[in-house]
Design a protein around this ligand. Structure first.
Ligand code: TMP
Length: 238
């Protein structure tokens, strides 16, 4: 089915859509494609990423992802992700929605449910903490791109056997990953078992997340996945 994006763009005005999923799920490519398509269709779009997306948020992102997290308590980790998000909502997302723009965000509370959930923080509590951090600014739709963990790692150019080995090697350094693109960040450096749990928790989200979540199989060519994304948006916002 081919859907006219010029018709979809106005229906997404003032809507907040999140792309999320395991590392290597292709969410950033889908996010970029949708941004380009909506802009070409005449829509006002604000694209952002979480953690980060503001000066303050990018500093928090660096604390979280450019350093060894092995000594950080999981509730500290959770609160730091939420703090970055609170700033993003305040500074970027709420103003854009008030102006009737479409907000597309790479990751959001869904990621904390999955990643910090896999590290032992109860996903239901993540939702409670999020209610404080983001108030009523929940996404109208969260699209989870589901991918086999090993296929995802291959996509981002990371060897399976790297999983879990970097943190120890780099422990104690202040900036772990300054040296190049292929070096994993603090989350990517966690074990395969951890990432499998992350995927499982992403797949469970529709059962309890307070707003709509759809899961799309992203183990297909980018073009096919994008067609599913567009179909899904047309269904939800049609
Ligand atoms: P990304 O740029 O690929 O989205 O990387 C961000 C990393 O941070 C990714 O491995 C997922 C992780 N993360 C969490 O652990 N918790 C969160 O709440 C978010 C937003 C990201």
């Amino acid at each position: 089915m081919s859907i006219d994006l010029t018709q979809l763009a106005p229906r997404l005005a003032g809507k907040f859509v999140v792309f999320d999923g395991p590392d290597g799920s292709g969410k950033s490519s889908q996010h970029r494609r949708l941004t380009e398509a909506l802009v070409a269709g005449g829509g006002g779009v604000v694209s952002c990423r979480d953690p980060g997306g503001t000066d303050i948020g990018e500093r928090i992102r660096s604390v979280l992802l450019d350093h060894d997290l092995s000594r950080m308590a999981v509730n500290c980790e959770t609160l730091l992700f939420m703090a970055s998000r609170a700033q993003l909502v305040f500074e970027v997302i709420e103003p854009a929605l008030r102006e009737g723009k479409t907000v597309l965000c790479d990751r959001f509370v869904t990621a904390t449910c999955a990643y910090q959930g896999a590290a032992g923080y109860d996903p239901q509590r993540v939702i409670e903490v999020a209610r404080y951090a983001i108030g009523n600014t929940w996404p109208d739709l969260s699209i989870i791109l589901d991918v086999d963990i090993e296929a995802g790692f291959e996509r981002i150019g990371r060897k399976k056997h790297h999983a879990g080995k970097h943190r120890k090697k780099y422990a104690g350094q202040t900036s772990l990953f300054a040296g190049g693109d292929s070096v994993p960040d603090a989350m990517e450096a966690r074990s395969l078992a951890y990432h499998r749990k992350v995927r499982e928790l992403f797949r469970e989200l529709p059962a309890y997340y307070p707003r709509p979540v759809v899961i799309i199989d992203s183990g297909q060519p980018e073009e096919t996945v994008f067609a599913h994304v567009v179909e899904c948006l047309a269904r939800v916002f049609g």
